[in-house]
Design a binder for this molecule. Sequence first.
Ligand code: FAD
Length: 525
Amino acid sequence: MNLLPPLLTPRHQLTLALHESQTKAEVYDLAVVGGGATGLGVALDAASRGLRVVLVEADDFAKGTSSRSTKLVHGGVRYLAQGNISLVREALHERITLLRNAPHIAQPLAFVVPAYKWWEAAFYGIGLKMYDALAGAAGLGPTTFLSRSETQSALPSVQLQGLRGGVQYWDGQFNDAQLAVALARTAAREGALLLNYMKASRLLFTQGKVSGVACDDVLTGKAYAIHARCVVNATGVWVDALRAQDGQHQHIVAPSQGVHIVVEAHFLPGSTALMIPKTSDGRVLFAVPWLGKVILGTTDTPRDDLSTEPLAFEEEVDFILREAARYLRVAPQRSDVKSIWVGLRPLVKPPDDEGENTKGLSREHTVLVSRSGLVTVTGGKWITYRAMAEDVLQKCADSGLLPQRQGLTDHLPLVGAETSSIAMQPLSAPQGLHSYGSEQTWVQQLPGHNVFLTGGLSEAMVRFAARYEYAVHVEDVLARRSRLLFLDAALAMQLAESVGRLLREETGLDPDVNGFLKLAAQYQL
Ligand SMILES: Cc1cc2nc3c(=O)[nH]c(=O)nc-3n(C[C@H](O)[C@H](O)[C@H](O)COP(=O)(O)OP(=O)(O)OC[C@H]3O[C@@H](n4cnc5c(N)ncnc54)[C@H](O)[C@@H]3O)c2cc1C
């Protein structure tokens, strides 16, 4: 297969394109507001159908919930327990589709449920066998019952006292922010215009119908008007703000926060995840090897405020450490925490009838088309972004906002997946050149490819982020192109100046080193 060179993403060219479309009074087919999993998925789907698409993101791509997930590509064992077979089927289809279209970003992962009570292995094993049966040919590996010693070799640090055995099953894991950037870049390759640091400030109306969005460039303050036949509000937990401008004052999102803490790999050596199906207060908790460290999480705490950087409550940290201590022989302490980060789940509550199309409410995600034509999509899971996008495009077509066209993303490899001969490493291994999939050769051609700021992050990788991956600020590089802030906040702080210098050299823009240092302090306990 021919390897396409990466597309450049210089800020001035992106804003110039927006300016030109404004001066020529061009009308886009679709304007998407929000550059997380949902909005990026919609932009890619629409662009690959040949529609003219623009997407604006107020901060960086995946700055919101989409960089703060547990990073699991799961088919939804939970839905199975609820008897929602069609949702499990959809999630299992999306699981295999993602692993096929982005093998450098999403991979299969073995999970072990350790059993301490006599009934646990049989109870969980039977449910997981049904999960395998539903997956059929899309299965990633058979569920197996493990003896005590097999459980110990899969999870060398597991608590042995009272251990009877375990059950191993297969799901997947991914790098969420990397997937978001890959979606943005693939959408750009399909002809979409995407801008981060471009906030939608106001909806535009023509004769009572939504006809575009007014935007502000967050870096310069310059204002733009975007005209579009269809506007999709994909702003995650923030959808209600844009809905209010459309006269929809009833909130549909009830946010709930989830905390993750990250510790060194020796707390869970190997490449198998630990799944605790029922914590002391009835929740699910994971310990997942990821990029050379271990993620422990998560929690589920309702929140009223909608901060872009929510902070963990003390009880949440205590809860995670306490539960981890029940299952790991050497329990991580507060002083072992390398990074702590919090995400807000966009849980959807049904609005009363506001004259909206509420058909989608029974599903995990929700798509609403208002009387004035504003399309709002929220909820769902990261990994069902593709199915959600198809649903959005179908509803836009049904409402006469966009033409009816066939979706093409099922077999659309994302950037970096353009060859079958990608040298792969498991996602449990630290980030490095291998993380770039088929784009490794382009990284290696940039200055500084052999100058490493730390293991797995070379000067060339920072330059690559600035030239081809829309990175402007130090945070964009250290939090979402590399994941260092999420893995080791203290180390990320040490690199801020060097990354800032390289970014300034590449873009000529202020990389906001001080902003990053202030933020990174919040990622430490
Ligand atoms: C703790 C936790 C764990 C999770 N774990 C998993 C998991 O393991 N697997 C999985 O599949 N899913 C998981 N999820 C769910 C998944 O992360 C979310 O469903 C998904 O990221 C939501 O994406 P989104 O694009 O809708 O929202 P977001 O990612 O929040 O994106 C919305 C974007 O809109 C932007 N925005 C807001 N207002 C404006 C404006 N006026 N103009 C322009 N842009 C604007 C924001 O800056 C933001 O970037 C988890 C969620 C949480 C909270």
